[in-house]
Design a protein around this ligand. Structure first.
Ligand SMILES: Cc1cc2nc3c(=O)[nH]c(=O)nc-3n(C[C@H](O)[C@H](O)[C@H](O)COP(=O)(O)OP(=O)(O)OC[C@H]3O[C@@H](n4cnc5c(N)ncnc54)[C@H](O)[C@@H]3O)c2cc1C
Length: 591
């Protein structure tokens, strides 16, 4: 490992090995955001260590399918970064930070150029131009893609580039705590998921790129053990605040059948290519919800439409609606949607070119996360930066499809620059032994606890209560019930039994995942209670209208305080491109 500066030493309390290492910057997360940050750092000659808790070639980013946005104007010359920003802000219901959005959209073309330089193979036209396609609610075609394996292709290119520029990467380090002294981060504490040995890694700066919290709903497009809210817990315990936690994007189309595959995403590209939504009666119901944009309407609208059709009894036998591409050319479908074709054959033994898919909303993306500065992505803790899905500011109340990968690579580069600058200007770094001891004792205590509860059933209890009380449509009563049930799960979690075995320390990881989920769930429910309106992805049955007084971000601290944070004005030019600040909410129906 880069910078290993001390020997292996058994801990007096537990007799487990505790390894020490040092890096100038540690990046937590080997998805697109973490890798892009690490590449930028290594390209500047900064010694960087990038860690993840699962294999880097299988980070959550590989699931991204549909594409990545940049106003390259290869297909529609009228497009511009300003129009991209306008679309993003409008669809965020004006709750995104205009400074972050302008940066995102202005820098996106360079970020794509970097990816191409690193070897990412995006689809191209016959004359060599990058092909760009429509994604829902974009004014022009600006989504680059690699079949429907865009995330996998980007991840492949980033992993290769990171290795080329000398980033040290480890796939087996579960970070349990950020090490902080008087409001400044000085490293991380963690354990090896294979053998349980501990890691103390000291650093000048830390980049947190550990993903979101959407796995805490029963139907989720994340796989097991990813997006469990680790980033939120690590940040809050270090002294950070969270923001926008009530805004969780429910993707309109997750698989509903078979049960073990429930939640697995059916990419928006299916609708982008011409897929039609119908209820069990064969009605093309989007005509009632958004007659103009139909299936290409925004995610929140299509998710709410699907939810409403199912809740009002017009769903299919398995509790979904039908998504049909059987009217489209088979060859085109096999070429443009190969992953979807294979997914349905593999999981449901269904040929999508002839038979409609059954779909329902699935928890998909965390718009909220760690509070960051709009431009630098610095957090409340000095030397700590957050980026990618775990950060906030770009998506507000609703994320445009394809903007997340853009966010990872644009802000990945920016936090790399910022962390490098911070590290270069640091005179003194205190390595607080009390903070290290506290981190060590936390893990020791968890291993020694011994009780009658196990992490998996408690994770399931969190997922149940979040689905029933904090899902697509919410209410005061439901949210309060969710908080009561959460208290009960948290109490049971104090009697958890962690049993590492010969196969590894997964059990310890699950227990800590659960802690992350409990914190992320509480923040989500408390912010959702406070937002007494319906806006974007947040639907309140008891407050069905938008409240102009809530044109703010909600900021949550670990003690449960929620404060209102004003949002800067977007520039008049961008507001004009967005067609003015008024929002068209026609077609939004509630259960
Ligand atoms: C099915 C699907 C399709 C999608 N399609 C698109 C799309 O077409 N376009 C788009 O823009 N976006 C899409 N998204 C969203 C996008 O994929 C994600 O938002 C993005 O990849 C997040 O990247 P990230 O680097 O922030 O985090 P991730 O890729 O989630 O990586 C998180 C990293 O943190 C590590 N980690 C977490 N906790 C710990 C810990 N405690 N200790 C150590 N390491 C830890 C993990 O091991 C991992 O390496 C899609 C998402 C899904 C699920």
């Amino acid at each position: 490992m880069t910078g290993v500066n001390a020997r292996t030493a058994p801990s007096p309390r537990t007799h487990v090995e505790e390894r020490r290492a040092a890096a100038s910057v540690i990046v937590i997360g080997t998805g697109a955001a973490g890798l892009r940050a690490a590449i930028g750092l290594a390209e500047r000659g900064v010694q960087v260590l990038c860690v993840g808790k699962r294999r880097r070639d299988d980070a959550h980013t590989v699931l991204a399918s549909g594409g990545i946005n940049a106003a390259l104007a290869t297909m529609d010359p009228e497009d511009s970064w300003e129009q991209h920003a306008a679309d993003t802000l409008r669809e965020a219901y004006w709750l995104a930070d205009p400074r972050s959005v302008e940066l995102l959209c202005r820098e996106a073309p360079d970020a794509i150029e970097d990816l191409v330089r690193y070897g990412a193979q995006f689809a191209r036209e016959g004359d060599g131009r990058l092909t760009q396609r429509y994604f829902g609610a974009h004014r022009w075609r600006r989504t680059c893609f690699a079949g429907d394996y865009t995330g996998r292709e980007i991840q492949r290119a980033l992993v290769r580039r990171a290795a080329e520029v000398g980033v040290t990467m480890r796939d087996d380090v579960y970070v349990t705590r950020l090490l902080v002294h008087e409001g400044r981060v000085f490293g991380v504490y963690g354990f090896d998921v294979e053998d349980g040995s501990r890691w103390v890694i000291v650093a000048d700066a830390v980049v947190l790129a550990a993903g979101g919290h959407t796995r805490i709903w029963r139907r989720s497009s994340s796989r097991r053990d990813e997006n469990t809210g680790d980033a939120m817990r690590l940040a809050v315990e270090a002294g950070c605040r969270l923001r926008d936690m009530e805004f969780v994007q429910f993707h309109p189309t997750g698989m509903v059948f078979p049960e073990e595959s429930a939640g697995t995403l059916v990419t928006e590209a299916v609708r982008g290519e011409g897929g039609i939504l119908r209820n069990a009666a064969g009605e093309r119901f989007m005509e009632r919800y958004d007659p103009k944009r139909l299936e290409l309407s925004t995610r929140d609208r299509v998710a709410l439409a699907n939810y409403t059709e199912i809740a009002e009894g017009r769903g299919t036998q398995h509790g979904g609606v039908l998504l049909d591409v059987s009217h489209l050319d088979r060859e085109m479908l096999l070429r443009r949607l190969p992953r979807m074709y294979r997914q349905f054959i593999d999981l449901a033994m269904l040929d999508i070119t002839t038979t409609p898919m059954e779909v329902a909303p699935t928890a998909h993306y965390s718009m909220g996360g760690v509070w960051v500065d709009a431009e630098t992505h610095a957090t409340d803790v000095e030397g700590l930066y957050a980026v990618g899905e775990c950060a906030t500011g770009v998506h507000g109340a609703n994320r445009l499809g394809g903007n997340s990968l853009t966010e990872c690579v644009v802000f990945g580069r920016i936090v790399g620059d910022e962390a490098a600058r911070w590290a270069a200007n640091l005179d003194v770094q205190v390595r607080d032994r009390a903070a290290i001891s506290a981190a060590r004792e936390e893990v020791d205590e968890l291993l020694a606890r011994g009780g009658e509860e196990f992490p998996r059933p408690l994770q399931r209890a969190v997922r149940d209560l979040m689905s029933e009380c904090g899902g697509v449509v919410r209410s005061e009563d439901g949210l309060r019930e969710g908080l009561t049930r959460l208290d009960e799960v948290a109490a049971r979690a104090r009697a958890i039994e962690v049993r590492p075995d010969i196969a590894g320390y997964d059990d310890l990881a699950h227990a800590l995942d659960l802690h992350g989920s409990l914190l992320a769930a509480r923040a989500t429910l408390e912010c959702a209670l406070e937002r007494r309106e319906t806006r974007g992805a947040h639907n309140r049955r008891d407050y069905p209208d938008q409240d102009p007084g809530l044109q703010v971000n909600l900021v949550w601290t670990g003690d449960g305080t929620v404060t209102h944070e004003p949002i800067p004005q977007a520039s008049p030019e961008i507001v004009a491109l967005a067609g003015g600040p008024e929002l068209d909410v026609t077609g939004r129906l509630l259960e």
